[in-house]
Design a protein around this ligand. Structure first.
Ligand code: A3P
Length: 295
């Protein structure tokens, strides 16, 4: 059991963020990003049904989808692009999001179905759920923990893998997250999009998302959106690269836009770790209808 704990991070200079994990509804969250009060408040928060919601398990391609949707929604030509991406598509469960926050195009969440605002649990809201091969999620998350100031530094990959499989990581179990959302799909207006499909054919994914959002894109706009959604562009763009929040990330220790590829798990998993993960996966997800490329 992870109890409240405070980690000391010697790399922190100006911003001494206390890193505290806590459980809420059995799921690990971390202050200062989250509070139990915020998570409770959110349940009755009312969202305008015209606001689409992105749902992801962390490290599944959230930021990429935020950029895609933001550019579709503003038709690639409005002042929204001057705002940081995390303000155009704020995480609703993070403390800086309040009822006074209004200037956004969409909302983002990593929350499980049971914890999102009750108002979104119907077909009036458009929800986009981004999936990613869990082995690549694990690798991406492992590196993310190394440079995020608010997360516990992993001891090593094996230790992190074990915690991930047990659901003892922030936002809890990947297995339960995707299963739970998928099990409610018929009650919702939800589009599942695979990170792997974004990698192989982003053009088709952008068109599919635009159509889901009832937006028409001409060829010029589509090309411009594709250009602004490359990993290189997003890494260099100050509005998408998170460099404006050094209090959250130590970019000396890693990069938000790390590799942006599929199959990087093969460079991290030992054969025995892969066999272990496969057996757990089979047990928990053997009957799951969504399949992942390159497992
Ligand atoms: P890697 O760590 O494997 O490189 P999230 O936004 O949910 O935190 O996910 C982050 C992951 O998405 C990172 O994966 C990051 O590189 C990848 N990503 C973000 N933007 C991307 C893009 N434009 N193209 C490809 N991958 C992207």
């Amino acid at each position: 059991m992870i109890q409240e704990r405070v980690a000391k991070n010697s790399t922190m200079e100006n911003s001494e963020l206390p890193m505290t994990y806590f459980r809420h509804n059995g799921i690990i969250f971390c202050s200062p990003l989250h509070t139990a009060e915020q998570l409770e408040w959110l349940k009755d928060f009312n969202i305008d049904p015209h606001i689409p919601v992105i749902v992801t398990y962390p490290k599944s391609g959230t930021t990429w989808m935020q950029q895609v949707m933001s550019l579709i929604l503003c038709n690639d030509n409005d002042s929204k692009k001057e705002m940081n991406l995390y303000e155009r598509a704020p995480w609703m469960e993070i403390v800086r999001f309040t009822s006074e926050t209004t200037d956004y195009q969409m909302l983002t969440t990593h929350l499980r179905y049971q914890m999102v605002p009750n108002c979104v649990k119907n077909k009036m809201f458009k929800i986009i759920y981004v999936t990613r091969n869990p082995k690549d999620v694990i690798v991406s998350s492992y590196h993310f923990h190394k440079y995020s100031r608010f997360l516990e530094k992993p001891k090593d990959f094996q230790d992190f893998l074990k915690k991930f499989i047990e659901g003892n990581v922030f936002y809890g179990s990947w297995f339960e997250h995707i299963r739970e959302w998928y099990s409610h799909k018929d009650e919702l207006n939800i589009l599942f999009v695979a990170y792997e499909d974004m990698k192989t054919d982003l053009r088709s994914v952008v068109q599919k998302v635009a159509s889901f959002l009832n937006k028409k894109l001409d060829e010029e706009t589509l090309k411009s959106i594709l250009n602004q959604c490359t990993i290189k562009h997003m890494q260099e763009n100050p509005k998408t690269n998170y460099k404006s929040v050094p209090e959250l990330f130590d970019f000396e220790s890693g990069s938000f836009y790390r590799k942006g590829i599929t199959g990087d798990w093969k460079n991290h998993f030992f054969v025995s770790q892969n066999e272990w993960f496969d057996s757990i996966y089979q047990e928990k997800m053997g009957d799951f209808p969504l399949k992942f490329d390159d497992m």
